[in-house]
Design a protein around this ligand. Structure first.
Ligand SMILES: [Fe+2]
Length: 312
């Protein structure tokens, strides 16, 4: 299944780059395969954030992830924003650029929320047309991520997974599948998350997000402030079975732990991928979590006593 993808980049296992971890990363150079950077934090050249980003981008593959494209809005596309995005892309050479299939602003007022769209033919055509314009401008395919949602529209005529699939097909763009968002929306809207996975074209899925959420029983909020829970790990495994090896990362936006805690959580993702897809050669390309010969040497000398003279 992975060989049928429209693009073949498999980056391995990554983390969202957070300011709390800048120093740790530069000092310890952990063997994370790649980092995802929040585009809006680095659009202005110069300053400390750009210093750290450029230093890290010299050592690791990076991808750009945005929250301001407002691809579903009826406002005109913000060309100043797109120009800044393109400039950042030229500067740091990301492997790819993503945003969300949503709207964030209307009449120039930014809600700072990733709001869901009505799932209709008209919206498919509207969003696809705007994605094509963005892709022409940036000179590359973009990835659109499914958002979590807490409301739906009476006007919708199709399911979310059909809407996402139809936009991706019509615009010829790629998909960033957020496994946690599927779980959150499935709980809030009472659908089977496996139905979602089944309807998405594996050729277009370029990246997975994993994250935690807050479970209030009757509803779930996509807070990104907890560890990835067992329910999302289970859905991740189902996604691996459906889509094969996909570049995977953990998003943590609040209650951010020390870097080693996120590192260990990402190890869990790789472990699940190895158990689910034991024969997938792409997984062997991930260096993350693989001890170096130097590390192995230190481990052996720390755990085995040096040879003793045998007494006669
Ligand atoms: Fe996400």
């Amino acid at each position: 299944m992975p060989n049928t993808r429209i693009t073949e980049d498999f980056l391995g296992f990554g983390l969202g780059l957070r300011t709390d971890h800048f120093e740790h990363i530069l000092q310890h150079q952990p063997d994370i395969d790649w980092f995802e950077v929040l585009s809006e934090n680095y659009l202005v050249a110069g300053g400390k954030p750009r210093y750290y980003l450029e230093a890290i981008a010299e050592q690791y593959p990076v991808v750009m992830h945005g929250v301001s494209m407002s691809i579903g809005s009826t406002d005109p596309l913000d060309m100043d924003y797109l120009k800044a995005l393109k400039k950042l892309s030229n500067d740091i050479q990301p492997k790819w650029i993503s945003d969300h299939i949503c709207w964030t602003s209307i009449h120039g007022v930014n809600s700072h929320d990733l709001l869901p769209l009505p799932y209709t033919e008209e919206t498919v055509n509207h969003v696809a047309e705007r994605v094509r314009i963005v892709q022409d401008f940036l000179g590359r395919r973009i990835l659109l991520e499914n958002v979590s949602s807490y409301l739906s529209y009476q006007d919708s005529t199709m399911d979310e997974w059909d809407f996402l699939s139809q936009v991706a097909e019509a615009a010829d763009c790629l998909i960033l599948l957020d496994i946690n968002n599927i779980y959150v929306s499935a709980r809030n809207h009472h659908f089977n998350p496996l139905d979602y996975l089944k309807k998405i074209d594996p050729r277009r899925v370029q990246q997975f997000h994993l994250a935690g959420h807050s479970d209030f029983g009757d509803y779930v909020i996509d807070t990104h402030d907890h560890d990835v829970p067992p329910s999302v790990w289970t859905l991740y495994q189902a996604a691996l079975e459906r889509f094969g090896t996909v570049s995977t990362m953990i998003e943590r936006d609040a209650n951010i732990p020390e870097f080693p805690a996120l590192y260990n959580e990402l190890l869990e993702a790789k472990h699940i991928a190895q158990l689910t897809l034991p024969d997938d050669p792409a997984l062997a390309r991930s260096q993350f979590g693989t001890p170096s010969l130097d590390d192995l040497g230190k481990f052996i000398s720390a755990n085995h006593a040096s040879p003793q003279k045998v007494r006669a």
